[in-house]
Design a protein around this ligand. Structure first.
Ligand code: ATP
Ligand code: MG
Ligand code: MG
Length: 591
């Protein structure tokens, strides 16, 4: 187990644990309507974090950073991380997204259980009654009012950085009038946009988020959880702190865009605590910088467009930076967790190079993925003296190679078996009729080793009427088989990969590459759709060695010299093998 590098959040948590910030927390006395959610919570000194996705799309690699951070901190400090669906927006949310988010978090290796087994999986929409009560409380305290200005007036009167805002003509309504108007909003008698409930803070605040932010709006829309019960919905900035407080979150970690919202987060929770609506100590918000990864888009809206427009085959297209896409591409949970660990947590604006993610995958698979030989661009080669040397044209030589570079502890190195016969598939690029300078592979008069087999000597080639090479001709050099005493009797400068025509298996291989040609495809108003890499997918018919016949869906391999591949989770079968390229090898194959 590696020692985890520290970061500012770990330091904060360590200090809170030292000081006992959360040790005397008053549990169970929470008067919130959602109190039933806390019944399993009994361990006072535990830190609680949360991952709060809005179920309006699939999770992507940026979310993975937040998941690894929040669940990772909880795991490391013996705390708990909640999975909470931030579903306060009625329109865009869907059960399909809820299901896929649950599955993705589990797949990444995390769960949301308390030590006693209580499941901390919550829906913000279950707190709507309590949130409404908090809003009424603010009105009663003179800290909220119903504003009926037009949206345009409201916007204009908010002011901007250099200009203080202007008070709404509705700002000084009486408590009784506000309660009545808020009840009208709730009863459904007002159309969408006719009124909003605003917190009454300070229209001259230098922080625009404190200029009487909206906390409830009218929206006549059906909600996936609460159906048509509500026609008013809380704003995210109002809902989120309440959700955190109800769940006794200790450290509410979010991305830096929310830094300016923190004063409102504290303002609201201070009020609710003073009113006895939430328990002390209240949660605190901390911010870190979001993940920016080169060649990748992490906007759910844009990712959804790629899917809806048919440019991608689905949310799990292996080119998508979604968790389901990365999984189908062949990325492992370990590689993604290691990636998130490696990039660290800071408040700095930075771009992470995509190769960092690829490096983490290689590192994970280097000692795990079984090796195999494949031919991606097949050219037939005939060993013309085969019958003469082995007594029969049909003779097959049994060959083997290690499937892994090292043995696992207490085990022997596994082996793969295949046969060499009179005809083999080689890579088209491994033959040159006229060799370029320094070329060490097959050309007339040159000898190479068929990896794991015999040394062969090239004698020529055959062509079709257009001059295309259709077959390479060679002779086998007797007594040079790999692993036999004569193996070193003939020196060669190259060993080439190959697959036997007799036992090779035809397979579809999907050669994936980066989805975009530009490292920052959606920065600075660029048109990301115009920057899609036309070569992001190339499909070839390949021949693969017979050991791959037993590949299971989702099983990963290193195809020698080409990189890491996975048997596709949807389309692969023993009858019709399909492999996806995850990433190439670090060092490109030698010349
Ligand atoms: P989008 O803006 O694409 O809709 P979002 O941030 O609104 O994404 P949420 O479902 O609200 O999506 O995100 C859940 C959590 O994931 C939030 O806490 C958010 O801060 C975090 N998150 C989202 N994108 C990133 C990212 N690129 N890097 C780190 N954390 C992220
Ligand atoms: Mg969001
Ligand atoms: Mg967003």
């Amino acid at each position: 187990e590696v020692v985890k590098p520290t970061n500012f959040l770990r330091n904060i948590i360590e200090s809170d644990l030292d000081k006992g910030t959360y040790a005397r927390r008053h549990w169970g006395g929470n008067p919130g309507d959602a109190a039933h959610h806390q019944q399993g919570i009994v361990d006072p000194a535990r830190i609680r974090t949360r991952f709060p996705p809005e179920p309006n799309g699939y999770l992507h690699i940026g979310h993975a950073k937040s998941i690894c951070l929040n669940f990772g901190l909880a795991r490391d400090f013996d705390g708990v991380c909640h999975l909470r669906f931030d579903d306060t927006n009625p329109e865009k949310e869907d059960q399909e997204y809820v299901d896929s988010i649950i599955e993705s978090v589990k797949w990444l290796g995390y769960d949301w259980k308390d030590p006693d087994g209580h499941e901390n999986l919550y829906f913000a929409s279950d707190y709507f009654d309590f949130m409404h009560r908090c809003a009424v409380y603010l009105i009663e305290q003179g800290a909220a009012y119903v504003d009926e200005q037009s949206a345009d007036d409201m916007k204009a009167n908010r002011g901007d950085f250099g200009r203080p805002g202007v008070n709404s003509p509705f700002r000084d309504r009486s408590v009784a009038e506000n309660l009545a108007r808020f009840a009208d909003m709730k009863s459904g008698s007002l159309p969408d946009g006719a009124a909003v409930l605003r917190a009454k803070i300070d229209m001259a605040s230098p922080n625009i988020n404190l200029r009487d932010p909206a906390i409830y709006r009218v929206r006549h829309a059906e909600h996936h959880n609460t159906g048509n019960r509500w026609c008013i919905y809380p704003m995210y900035t109002f809902a989120h702190p309440i959700e955190d407080a109800l769940e006794h979150i200790t450290h509410s970690i979010c991305t830096l865009e929310f830094e300016d919202q923190r004063p409102f987060y504290d303002w609201l929770l201070d009020h609710l605590r003073e009113g006895g609506l939430i328990a002390a100590p209240q949660p605190r918000q901390y911010e870190f910088s979001r993940l920016n990864l080169t060649y990748v888009i992490t906007s759910k809206r844009k990712l959804k467009h790629l899917v809806d427009s048919g440019l991608m085959s689905g949310w799990d297209d292996p080119r998508m930076p979604t968790v389901v896409g990365l999984r189908r591409r062949g990325y492992t949970p370990e590689s993604i967790r290691n990636f998130c660990e490696r990039i660290g947590v800071t408040k700095d604006y930075a771009w992470i190079d995509y190769s960092t993610l690829e490096g983490c995958l290689r590192e994970d698979l280097e000692n795990k993925a079984h090796r195999a030989m494949v031919v991606l661009d097949p050219l037939r080669l005939t060993l013309t003296n085969w019958a003469e040397v082995f007594g029969s044209a049909d003779h097959l030589e049994a060959c083997s190679l290690p499937a892994l570079p090292h043995a696992a502890e207490g085990e022997t190195v596994p082996e793969r078996h295949f046969t060499l016969g009179r005809e083999v598939w080689i890579e088209r690029e491994d033959f040159a009729e006229v060799p370029p300078k320094g070329y060490k592979r097959l050309f007339p008069g040159n000898k190479v080793r068929l990896k794991g087999g015999y040394v062969i000597e090239c004698t020529g080639c055959e062509k079709d009427g257009d001059g295309n090479i259709t077959k390479v001709l060679a002779t086998v050099v007797p007594d040079t088989k790999s692993g036999t005493p004569g193996a070193d009797s003939v020196k060669v400068k190259a060993a080439i990969t190959w697959v036997g025509v007799q036992d090779g298996v035809e397979a579809e291989v999907r050669l994936y590459d980066r989805l975009f040609t530009d490292p920052q495809p959606d920065a600075g108003g660029k048109d990301y759709l115009a920057l899609i890499n036309p070569d992001s997918l190339k499909v070839v018919t390949a021949y693969v060695e017979p050991s791959l016949k037993s590949a299971r869906q989702g099983e990963t391999f290193q195809f020698e010299r080409f990189g890491y591949f996975v048997a596709d989770r949807k389309d692969h079968s023993a009858d019709k093998p399909v492999f996806n390229r995850i990433t190439g090898l670090k060092d490109s194959w030698g010349k």
